[in-house]
Design a protein around this ligand. Structure first.
Ligand code: PLP
Length: 391
């Protein structure tokens, strides 16, 4: 057995992040403050949006974005089952119900024609919540057209999609609101954290109030003009505690500066994998065409199980035995007890999501992977498949 260990993911934290965090620690201002303001300003510039609101997680961001659109009890939100549970759980936080529609078997993104079908058959849809799976951008033109026909909002779950572009336009400046995650494994990592971008001043205002206890800062601003009332504030709603710390923002500022470089490296790795696996019995991830930019947050192969004598789970175990970390994105929501039982979901409702899951394996793809590590992953995938291929 070869002596090696390649983790599924390793964050790219450098000296710049370390020094900025140390400076924040020494400043004495640990929570939301000047660094978070700077991170928001620079992030807003990076995606070309009017507003960027930093929050404590991607999940918090999705919750706040939906709340700002006014989604409430009994309303419906259309989304994909091929995602992390956070995408759908925030709909339940507000007492609304998700309407799950299947994915495209090539891109693994929500199918716009099925969104239209759902719009026609379900009443009370207030929002569409597409997920840019693995960093590949959804067909937003069609989704936005549907949203405008039926008068509902589009909130993009861009947890995987930074930086990414569609027709040259950055994700973050496309839908009504876009939510990013800075969880440790995500393309821009601060440990925990998230960002909401929007061009809509009313949404931004509501999110600002709700992310910090429903406190209206403008009341403070109104009073402070002329008065020394720095202590004054007004609570206008039962808000949440979803602010981002300056410690996290200190990391985020430097992650942002190298985000394009990190994406470029992930794309190089994806291209090496594509080239190496072309003739294997695996389905490769769909790339991007023309003016589009894939974030390559994940590299998901799908084993063609009818051509192999082992299953996906054994493949993963064997990769682990050879020292290579892998993962599965995702166990679709219709297979989790809560979602399955609550909405009586069955596999036949989501044939594409179900079959994608059965063969899916996410391989390591992170910027600090060396060429030798990439080659080692390729060699082990080749070796396991060639030993177990049915000829
Ligand atoms: C990670 C993730 C989230 C949640 O982000 P957190 O920052 O961990 O709360 C939401 N949606 C998708 C698709 C994710 O992968």
């Amino acid at each position: 057995m070869i002596e090696k260990s390649i983790p599924f993911h390793r964050p790219s934290i450098g000296v710049a992040e370390e020094e900025e965090v140390l400076a924040v620690l020494r400043s004495g201002w640990l929570t939301t403050g000047p660094k978070t303001k700077q991170f928001e300003d620079e992030f807003r510039e990076a995606v070309g949006a009017k507003f960027a609101l930093a929050v404590s997680s991607g999940t918090a961001g999705l919750h706040l974005a939906l709340e700002a659109t006014g989604v409430g009890p009994g309303d419906k939100v259309i989304t994909t089952p091929y995602t992390f549970t956070a995408t759908a759980e925030v709909i339940r936080y507000l007492g609304a119900d998700p309407v799950f529609v299947d994915i495209d078997p090539e891109t693994l993104n929500i199918r716009p024609d099925l969104i239209v079908e759902a719009m026609e058959s379900v009443d009370g849809v207030k929002a569409i919540l597409p997920v840019h799976f693995a960093g590949k951008v959804c067909p937003m033109d069609q989704i936005l057209a549907t949203a405008s026909n039926y008068g509902c909002a589009v909130i993009e779950d861009a947890a995987h999609a930074f930086p990414a572009k569609l027709n040259g336009k950055a994700v973050g400046s496309i839908g009504d609101m876009t939510v990013f995650s800075f969880y440790v494994t995500k393309p821009l990592a601060t440990g925990e954290g998230g960002m909401i971008t929007t061009d809509d001043a009313a949404f931004a205002e509501r999110i600002k109030v709700m992310r910090l206890h429903g406190i209206d800062r403008d009341a403070y601003n109104r009073r402070i003009n002329g008065n020394d009332s720095h202590w004054y504030y007004e609570v206008v709603a039962p808000g949440f505690k979803y602010n981002l710390t300056d410690l996290a923002s200190a990391v985020g500022i430097h992650q942002l500066r190298k985000a394009e470089m990190m994406r470029d490296r992930r794309q190089v790795i994806a291209e090496k994998y594509n080239e190496a696996f072309r003739s294997l019995p695996v389905k490769l991830p769909s790339g991007m065409g023309g003016d589009d930019t894939h974030a390559w947050h994940l590299y998901v192969i799908r084993l063609q199980l009818d051509k192999l004598s082992i299953g996906r789970d054994e493949f993963i175990t064997e990769m682990g035995r050879r020292g290579i970390g892998t993962s599965v994105h995702f166990i679709p929501l219709h297979l989790h007890p809560y979602w399955r039982e609550k909405y009586q979901l069955v596999a036949d409702d989501f044939p594409a999501a179900h079959s994608a899951y059965q063969g899916a394996v996410s391989l390591p793809i992170f910027p600090s992977m060396t060429d030798a590590e990439v080659s080692a992953v390729i060699d082990e995938v080749n070796s396991i498949i060639s030993r177990n291929q049915i000829r």
